[in-house]
Write a protein that binds this ligand. Structure first.
Ligand code: MN
Ligand code: MN
Length: 465
């Protein structure tokens, strides 16, 4: 057989995912770069679940969505949003088909690993004022020291009024920091494991160091901080008890690389799937099936809580849609399909040992489909059926979406979960699909622009089915 014939056979018979730029046109590369400008803005505006939810609702309103009223009847083409406690949002466009044919769901999460303030956070030690924190989600604690931090969140006063706090994002805003030990005195610390290098109780955020004027009593620095907070926001130390304040990295999203092919930012996991899902929902005009983008909270802590997908808020929403046509929710759920839109680990050539190359996702090879997540012997995963994988595969190929498969590292190396299993437990067909991320869960994560765009294309196509 001649050489070209063998090459042809290889092309036909081998599975060989390619770099997206080899497959798509130059104009599509430009479209991807353009799409990512909006994404970077979204990243900077929505660093917390509350801010992301507010931004998503603002985008939805600007695109003709109205607030969902339970019990109301909606007709084909109508666009509604459901605000669950300001922390999770459902965007829904009513389809032309009957609801009994099922709904198409793209579910992403808008919470990210971070440091929450403890209920009673403020203390003074050695004439410095500090906040005690409790980390949220899976963090490598040492990564959170000696970087600029911003403080975001809400404080509820005794009278019920809500004070929104955001300090450290404007250029002239003060920032905050968690101090680390200098290497000169790090001898003992160096003997700790990396996991213990910085301990949970050492994640204390430095917030001030000057005493209250004319005060030589104890805790004058703490008093000064409380006096500044009282002047600016009108809250006292007791008001921290009814607050959700989150320390997040203060840096902004930026292009990475001489070729600007990547984006570095805090919180790609999972805004990098949430934003494309939102954009796909905003674009959905008169879809065939009813489509929903579900932007959920609490994924990073296991999806528990009434704003997480292990609660019933999405089911109840679908029950309302079913009731509009006189059906029960379960009749709709079992016919529904979901893309669980969450990130996966990208192969990192610096740390190849934890990955199995043939089943790893690589940046720039498109959006990654994960048949299953979980850990060990497929513990804690819903494992999509071959039939649903086949359906999604055909959809992506037919639409020219560049995609690949992914697995979260070697079989025995670790693992992780997503919202997919909670969706599957509702009797919905679901598979994980998302953007590969480098340094996932670090304060500054990296993704490829082409992959972000392919996620958008995938969700758009799903909503057109
Ligand atoms: Mn995630
Ligand atoms: Mn995560």
């Amino acid at each position: 057989m001649d050489k070209t014939k063998i090459e042809e056979m290889k092309e036909k018979l081998f599975y060989n995912p390619k770099h997206a730029s080899e497959v798509i046109s130059e104009s599509e590369v430009d479209a991807a770069d353009g799409f990512c400008e909006g994404y970077k803005e979204f990243l900077d505006k929505g660093k917390t679940e509350r801010e992301a939810a507010a931004e998503i609702i603002a985008l939805a309103k600007a695109n003709g969505f109205t607030e969902f009223i339970p019990g109301e009847k909606y007709t084909a083409g109508e666009k509604v949003y459901y605000n669950n406690r300001n922390k999770s949002v459902i965007l829904c466009v009513i389809g032309k088909r009957s609801i009994i044919d099922g709904v198409k769901i793209a579910a992403a999460h808008i919470d990210s690993p971070r440091l929450d303030l403890k209920p009673n956070p403020l203390y003074e030690d050695s004439a410095m004022a500090l906040f005690k924190t409790h980390y949220y989600g899976g963090v490598k604690k040492y990564q959170w020291t000696a970087i600029p931090l911003a403080l975001h969140g809400a404080v509820v006063l005794r009278d019920g009024s809500v004070i929104n706090v955001c300090v450290g994002e404007a250029d002239d805003d003060p920032k905050f920091v968690i101090t680390d030990l200098l290497p000169h005195l790090g001898g003992e610390q160096n003997k700790r494991t990396l996991r213990e290098g910085i301990r949970g109780e050492e994640l204390n955020v430095l917030v001030g160091s000057r005493p209250f004027k004319d005060d030589d009593s104890s805790e004058a620095v703490k008093l000064n901080i409380l006096s500044i907070l009282y002047e600016k926001y009108g809250f006292t130390e007791a008001d921290f008890l009814s607050a959700e304040l989150e320390a997040v990295p203060a840096f902004k999203a930026s292009d990475i690389g001489f070729d600007r092919s990547m984006i570095g930012s805090y919180g790609h996991d999972d805004r990098v799937c949430a934003y494309p899902a939102v954009m796909a929902a905003l674009d959905a005009e008169n879809p065939d099936y009813t489509v929903m983008a579900v932007l959920t909270d609490k994924e990073e802590t296991g999806s528990d809580g009434n704003t997480g997908l292990n609660s019933s808020y999405m089911t109840y929403f679908i029950n309302y849609l079913a009731a509009m046509e006189g059906y029960d929710g379960y009749e709709v759920l079992r016919k529904s399909e979901c893309l669980s839109a969450d990130v996966t680990a990208a192969f990192d050539p610096t740390f190849p040992d934890v990955m199995e190359r043939r089943n790893s996702a690589f940046i720039n090879k498109g959006v990654a489909v994960m048949k299953y997540t979980g850990s060990g012997g497929k513990g804690g995963t819903s494992d999509a059926s071959a039939e649903f994988m086949g359906k999604v595969r055909a959809m992506l190929d037919n639409a020219g979406v560049v995609w690949q498969v992914g697995e979260l590292g070697k079989v025995d190396a670790g693992g992780g979960g997503t919202v997919a299993k909670y969706v599957a437990n509702l009797d919905i067909d679901v598979v994980d699909i998302g953007v590969p991320v480098l340094s996932m869960h670090a304060p500054f994560e990296t993704v490829s622009k082409l992959d972000v765009y392919m996620a958008y294309k995938a969700f758009s196509e799903f909503f057109k089915q």
